[in-house]
Design a protein around this ligand. Structure first.
Ligand code: C2O
Ligand code: CU
Ligand code: CU
Length: 492
């Protein structure tokens, strides 16, 4: 089974690249003809100390390009959703309404919250129903996001357009002199690859091992976007919201830029790089400095997927894209250099570890098992610090995402992580046959009856069952041997 899967993928890989041609490239052919859409900030009301948002998942039609429209899904609109913003310490609630013709869920990716508020595959919202999770924001300022997580349907729902950002603020971040003016010098950059049929619909074939790869990019739902920059420094909150594609972001003039944040918050200090790999689900906050009048293009160049060249070719490893053109005004508002120190991050301490686990990713299984909604795979004790060793056993790409907590990467193949991966993470690309040792602390929220997920965030793999379930239990508490069957815990 695994062998035939791999063999089929090699065939697909060779087939896709044809007669020795290189991968897809849009570099130099993108006209940057449309202003980058900025998702609106979500409105909210505060009553009795609870900040309440509402999001309606609905069908629509989007005009990404001239000609026929594209049937899409969005939150409160035709495509993507508004940006939610909340402060650390605040109590929030979100009224999630499902106006779609089928069930969905909304998961708060990267959020530390009780399992029943997580919006995973067990928190189904039926058509016409409203689900209102509520929790207290208790984690550092960060760039999080939200998207459906219905088991077996996640790729379809996200690729239809259901995704948005959820930004957290805190006093530590606010005290730093960083670009923070939303839509002006603090810009969401939601990157998705798509392919269009002539009639305007999204084309979801052909499939490579990683899943569906597109041949052009949408950024915040905008094709061929440019951004007018009015400040000497601009903060880009990069989110890879693609189903399968792995990007290696850089600028066309190879300028250095500073990574200031990873999935779960600010780094300890800015990390200067000239390229940055992001796999599906990962985020990075970068700050790039601009000179008056210049134009610079954010691109994605062939990512190092770590496998054999033939595998890389068939899975986007030779593709390159123009992503977003930055157009600096003739006069730029001055911005100071970045602070030398950002967040206070605890040293990851292996001595705190009370439990070790090993996760082996192979085919579309984790530890030789496919996702079972009724099976609890791991039971974690509340308060524990755990060491999870995660290994991609294949020469093909996978990544790894954990719900509930942000982890720290202790080492990668025995070496300390590069500075831009040394902060809080919830998703990490797994280079083949390399041990990623992750440190996780489960401080809050025990619930023996409701699991959190860990999974590969290549969405077709997740849908194919490359996912497992863990519960967090109070010391001495037992988890049930099996979960209630699917359908018994739907909310109406
Ligand atoms: Cu972004 Cu389990 O999800
Ligand atoms: Cu998640
Ligand atoms: Cu995978």
């Amino acid at each position: 089974m695994l062998a035939s899967l791999a063999a089929a993928s090699v065939v697909a890989a060779v087939g896709l690249t044809g007669c020795g041609t290189a991968g897809v490239t849009t570099i130099g052919s993108v006209e940057f003809s449309r202003p980058l859409a900025i998702p609106p900030l979500a409105e909210s009301t505060v009553v009795d100390g609870v900040r309440t948002f509402s999001l309606t998942a609905q069908e629509g039609v989007s005009s990404f390009r001239d000609g026929a429209g594209t049937p899409t899904w969005g939150f409160d609109g035709a495509y993507l959703g508004p940006t939610l913003v909340a402060e650390r310490g605040e109590r929030v609630a979100v009224e999630v309404q499902n106006a779609l013709p089928e069930p969905t869920t909304v998961h708060w990716h990267g959020m530390h919250l009780p399992a029943e508020m997580d919006g995973g595959p067990h928190q189904v919202v039926e058509p016409g129903a409203t689900w209102t999770p509520s929790w207290t924001i208790d984690q550092p300022a960060a760039t999080l996001w939200y998207h459906p997580h219905l088991h077996g349907e996640t790729e379809e729902h996200v690729a239809n357009g259901l995704a948005g950002m959820f930004l957290l603020r805190d006093t530590e971040e606010t005290a730093l002199d960083l670009p923070r003016d939303y839509g002006v010098d603090d810009i969401p950059v939601i990157v998705q690859d798509v392919r269009f049929e002539d009639d305007g619909r999204f084309d979801r074939g052909p499939q490579s091992f990683v899943g569906t790869l597109g041949d052009e990019l949408l950024v915040n739902g905008t094709l061929a976007p440019y951004l007018d920059v009015t400040t000497e420094a601009v903060r880009l909150r990069l989110l890879n919201a693609s189903s399968a594609r792995i990007y290696d972001f850089r600028f066309d003039d190879e300028r250095e830029f500073a990574v200031v944040g990873s999935d779960g918050g600010l780094l300890a200090a800015p990390a200067s790089v000239d390229s940055l790999l992001l796999s599906p689900g990962e985020r990075a906050e970068i700050v790039v400095r601009m000179s008056p009048g210049e134009r610079v293009v954010l691109q994605s160049t062939p990512p190092d997927l770590g496998g054999l060249p033939v595998i890389s070719q068939g899975n986007g490893g030779e593709d390159s894209f123009d992503v977003l053109q930055l157009r600096a005004a003739e006069a730029l508002a001055p911005r100071p250099e970045l602070p030398a120190a950002l967040a206070a991050l605890p040293e990851p301490e292996v001595s705190d570890v009370s439990q070790e686990r090993f996760f082996s990713l192979n085919g579309t299984d984790i530890n030789d098992r496919s996702m079972d909604m009724t099976r609890i795979d791991e039971v974690v004790e509340l308060g524990a610090t755990e060491l999870w060793t995660v290994r991609n056993q294949m020469a093909f790409p996978h990544n790894f995402h954990v719900h509930d907590v942000q982890f720290r990467i202790l080492d990668i193949g025995g070496s300390p992580p590069p500075p831009h991966l040394a902060g809080w993470k919830d998703t990490v690309y797994l280079h083949p046959n390399t041990d990623y040792r992750l440190l996780l602390t489960f401080e809050d929220y025990s619930d023996p009856d409701t699991p959190y997920m860990y999974h590969c965030h290549l969405l077709s793999h997740e849908d194919d069952g490359m996912m497992g379930q863990f519960v967090v239990v109070a010391p001495g508490e037992r988890a049930p041997a099996t979960m209630e069957p699917e359908g018994s815990d739907h909310e109406h």
